[in-house]
Every structure is written in C-alpha cells, then in structure tokens.
Ligand binder design. Structure first.
Ligand SMILES: [Zn+2]
Length: 372
C-alpha cells in the first residue's frame, strides 16, 4: 500500500495522497471537461481541490479526536472513498473508538450545515444526484459532496467509519475480537452487494467493493493479533531455539549457519551473551556477492535492533516490531543476556494456534466471563 505521495504534514501527521485518489480526480475532471469545455474543467478543478480539503478535514477530525485519548497518527492517506488515518492504535474503550469514528463525518456535517444555512432555498435534494452537472453552483456542489461523504462513510463496512461505529457498538456487548469478526463479515456482505451493483450500474463500485473486502479481512486479522498480544507475555511467544553468531564470525560462517538451520535472521552476540546486532539472509547474500566470504559479520549486520525484557507484554513488543519495520526484536533476561527472538512470522504462527486469546476477551463487557 505504498502507492501514495507525501504532500506535507500537520501537527506531526504526514498527509499522503493515494494514486487512486488522483485517478479519481482525473476521472471527475474529464467528465467536467466533456460536459462544458475548459471553463467547466477549471471550475471542476476548484471543486476537486475543495473536496480534497473536506476529506482532509474529515480525517483530521479523526486524528484530533484520537489525540484526546492519547493516540497519535503517523499519516493520513486520501483514497477515492474518503481517506485512512493510520493511527498508532485504536482507543481501547469501545465508547472512545465510537467518538473517534464519528468525529470524521461530524466535520462534514458541520461543513454541509454551514453551507446549507448560507444557501437556504438555493439548495434542494435533487442537487445530490446532479453533482457532476456544470450548471450547479460551486457552494451547492460542495454541500452535496459533504452530504454524500457522510452517507457513504456511514455504510457499516470497513474501512468506512460506519464499520468502526458498528464494531464499537458490537464491542460494547461482546469481546473486541468477536465484534471485529462480526463487523468484518457484515462489511464483506456489503462489499459483495456493491460488487453486484457495480456490474449493473458503475464499474467504480466493483473496485471499491474489492477494496472493502480486503480491508475487512485485514482489519479482522489485526484485531486478532491485538487481542492475542494483550493477554500474552513476550516469553510465551518468543523463539527460544535459535543459533547465534559470535562477534568474530565471518559471512562465510553465517552462510554455513543459514544452510544448517531454518533461520533467516541470525543474532550476533558478544562473549557475555549481549545482542550486538542481527544479520538477515538478504544482507548476508548481498555481502557474499559484493564483499566476499571473509567479511566480518560485525560490518554487515544491522546494529540498531530493539530489545525487550522477557516479561514485557506482547503488544508493547509488537509495536516496536511493526512500527519501526524491524526484522526481529531481541528478548533479554534480567542481566541483559539474549534469551529469545520475536519475528513477524513466529507471531503469525502463534496467531494460527490461538485465534483469539480468551483472557483478552474477558477484559471487556459484563458478559465477558460467560462460557463460550
Ligand atoms: Zn472517516
């Protein structure tokens, strides 16, 4: 999902535009041009820029609401259907998630309300269907677009806000992981319906449907991972059987270890068992080709590997693994000696074995302790 352009940042949150959003704008621009020539295309461009601003303000609504609950947002990416704020995490309480989800559309409600008050009788509901008509004034179009944004975002499917509202409401009466699963299934039902509608009415809907479908399963997987991580310690999830390389090892020694084991990341430890770095398979092969087998591993390993104590909660470790894009996190004992490794793959395996951790689910709701 890296197909996006960075266009600036607001209060520490990067603003990005996804390539499909630009294509969507081009598509609209072409329609304006074909209907009314250069004048309409120029007007259309202003309209598009205003929509861009409304969508951005919508996302910032989410971002600032989340900030109230101590959640920061790395970036906001604008997609044709609205935009996604990649928050560091969702607030833990369903009521807080509900407020964060509603804060985005609320911004569009305010924009539309202000414009409607100002327009008065110059706006009627038929404008909603005539948004691409060049005869309609800009203010009417922007008001109509904001109403459409609100309606569209309340479709109860991820990644639309309606999906989050639905999940938050469900999570108030059942576990978070179960609520996400149910919300994702409902969302996928909507995606299929969109796809079918798209075949008959508008091919854009098919693309959106495919995206909603994928987003729903991605959301469900992430929620499972979070539920699992909340109730688990690092020591329960780490790899304990692995080979380390001494600081005196060469790339040739590392290559032998690569063939001998199933590991793809090799920790490099000093005489006291402290982690000095990690040599990945890719770095090893690159070093073999470019610098030869006698190169010391110390020169080609990645040095800034995060470590966590074995009694850390797994979700804390998960953040350093996912957030900073590290290949591996080292796990240490009280003396700082390396005793384990965490990788994305072994967390994936852990998830297949324990689809949702029961102790994480019981933390929520009065029915949490009911037998399942
Ligand atoms: Zn939103």
């Amino acid at each position: 999902m890296r197909w996006s352009l960075n266009v600036g940042s607001i209060a520490g949150t990067a603003i990005r535009i996804h390539i499909t959003f630009l294509l969507f704008l081009v598509w609209l621009g072409t329609i304006f041009y074909r209907q009314g020539g250069a004048e309409a295309a120029w007007q259309g461009t202003i309209f598009i820029v205003l929509i861009f601003l409304c969508v951005l303000l919508h996302e910032l609504g989410h971002v600032f609401a989340a900030r109230r609950y101590g959640v920061t947002t790395r970036d906001v990416t604008l997609w044709p259907f609205g935009g996604i704020a990649s928050m560091e995490r969702m607030p833990d309480k369903p009521s807080e998630e509900l407020i964060v989800a509603v804060a985005g559309p609320a911004v569009n409600v305010v924009i539309a309300a202000v414009l409607l008050l100002w327009l008065g009788p110059r706006f009627d509901l038929e404008n909603l269907a005539a948004i691409e008509n060049p005869g309609v004034s800009l203010a009417v179009k922007v008001a109509a677009a904001n109403i459409i944004l609100v309606l569209f975002n309340f479709i109860p499917a991820f990644p639309m806000d309606g999906g989050r509202v639905l999940r938050a409401l469900l999570a108030m009466s059942m576990g978070n992981a179960r609520a996400t699963q149910l919300a994702a299934t409902i969302g996928q039902g909507f995606a299929v319906a969109f796809g079918v509608l798209g075949i008959f009415y508008n091919p854009m809907l098919i693309i959106i449907a495919a995206f909603i479908f994928l987003a729903a399963s991605g959301e469900a997987t992430q929620a499972q991972l979070r539920a699992l991580a909340q109730g688990t310690l690092v020591s329960d999830a780490m790899i304990t059987t692995f080979e380390s390389l001494p600081t005196s090892a060469t790339v040739s020694d590392a290559a032998d270890a690569l063939i001998r084991t199933t590991q793809t990341e090799f920790p490099v430890t000093d005489g006291t068992g402290h982690l000095r770095g990690v040599l990945t398979r890719d770095a090893m092969i690159k070093a073999l080709k470019q610098r030869g087998p006698d190169t010391p591993v110390l020169e080609v390993m990645q040095g800034d590997i995060p470590t966590v104590p074995a009694n850390t909660k797994l979700d804390t470790a998960l953040r350093s693994l996912m957030g900073r894009g590290q290949p591996v996190v080292g796990v240490t004992d009280r003396g700082g000696k390396l005793v384990g490794l965490l990788t994305v793959e072994n967390l994936g395996e852990m998830m297949m074995i324990h689809p949702a951790h029961p102790s994480a689910e019981t933390e929520r709701g009065p029915w949490g302790n009911a037998p399942r």
